[in-house]
Design a protein around this ligand. Sequence first.
Ligand code: TTP
Ligand code: CA
Ligand code: CA
Length: 561
Amino acid sequence: MPVARPEPQEPRVIAHVDMDCFYVQVEQRRNPALRGQPTAVVQYNDWKGGGLIAVSYEARKFGVKRSMRGDEAKMVCPSINLVQVPVARDKADLNVYRSAGSELVAILSTKGKCERASIDEVYLDLTDAAKEMLLESPPELLELIFEEATKSNILGLPSDIGNREDSVRAWLCRADADYQDKLLSCGAIIVAQLRVKVLEETEFTCSAGIAHNKMLAKLVSGMHKPAQQTVVPSSAVQDFLVSLPIKKMKQLGGKLGSSLQDDLGVKTVGDLLSFAEEKLQEYYGVNTGTWLWKIARGISGEEVEDRLLPKSHGCGKTFPGPKALRNNASVKSWLDRLCEELSERIQSDLNQNKRIAQTLTLHARASKGNECDSIKKFPSKSCPLRYGTGKIQEDAMKLFESGLHDFLGSQNTKWSITSLSVSASKIFDIPSGTSSILRYIKGPNSTVSPANLDCSLPQDPSLGNKLYITPNHEEQCEPSSSEKEDRGKNSNLDKQHQVKEEKRMSKKLTDVKVLKVLQNRIKLKNISQRSLLIGTSLTLLGVTLPAVARGCSMSKISIQP
Ligand code: TTP
Ligand code: CA
Ligand code: CA
């Protein structure tokens, strides 16, 4: 359930930037002949021409929609170009889109705190940049306003008076505006500059919302598309929200939104305004009640996170119509492929970004017997994530079996799966410094293969927060091959080696102390996260505490944090 975050005292400038028909733009850059043409990207699936996942604005004019399949799109727009997503392992390979999304992040993150919110969108906190601009070159003193900024849509600004760009320019440069609006004007100019930079450097257009908080910025970023931006001055918030359907609000698209509609008759945000905070708290608890009361008034304290990398990794596949999976063997075969990709991605995240994923989750859509739409959903299942393709495959299959067991209940009936996905979440950084320890222990030429990671958390809750580590580098305390060669050549070298070895051992012990300190210092949200971090760090290093002390490894140890 959503909870209200404390609002900052000072006004903020927040932007939400979203790419226009993103996958289509990526394909148009790969094949410029598609530019300006009605185009759609279709899923890898030849059933009825494949499902559309991205539709160009030219094709939208013909009535082509994302919910259509390729055959249907061809009927409403015979000239449409259908581009299939790249394929790997018999499924869509989204890497080209992911890295195009990273290009956007690299440019947008230059002006302030940047949060990668999805494959094609980011939030930016531009408060500092806007304040700086207001101090050094306030719009009211500028002779020329950046042209793209004058094309902004300003909520609440009458649109029928004279030349729109002139009135936007006048709004951006108002000397009598309050401090909040002046900051927003600066934010609008900065975002316009960033969008032009994105276009110049990536050839992609994007749209944006600029407001005092994330919620409002996100609500308006798609209001004027493609290639436009929309600004929400505080004075326009109430009029904007009053008629907005409640389900459009983030976190009200699901059960909470349905309950507001069914139990309180609230259809628009305006309807919500008539409920006192206490009343909403009675229905939904203190925190969610306050949150609802505040969002109805456009108040949200949610911060932009400082995160340029995705929050989770997921890969899935749909099996529509006759392609549905109907037995364990076919589910296993697909799960194996999905897990192989997931494993590769989390390993490269670990190698490149020093990030560890903590939770493995399996989602599926299923029906049973002859029902097309089962009322009961296939439950999502999660477990601690163990690194290594084989382990992920094994765990995902167990999660599937457990989900299927719950889904079928006591019924012994046929079932079919129409979608499967696996995801790795609760990703966190290995603290800086760990990698250098790692390099020291493994030696400068060795790369730690995350495939060797085996970090198992106890399944039995009675084991509390004890950590079990199963290292699988039996060779880790053996001297390296170059050291072996040196050894025995002469006694002098032997002595040198001994000194080196002693130093190395004492350094290893220091490293373990460092990790212990880390354990105390890092304020992770829960014990299991902390345990995993320390455990994984140790496993990454190929070190176990008694193993270090004895100079050899052992199969299982437990550490009381
Ligand atoms: P969106 O931002 O939802 O849509 P879009 O960028 O195609 O179009 P718009 O201009 O309206 O923002 O999604 C970004 C990309 O994510 C989209 O190009 C394709 C992919 N996607 C899917 O694969 N499946 C989906 O169901 C959705 C919604 C998006
Ligand atoms: Ca988009
Ligand atoms: Ca998007």
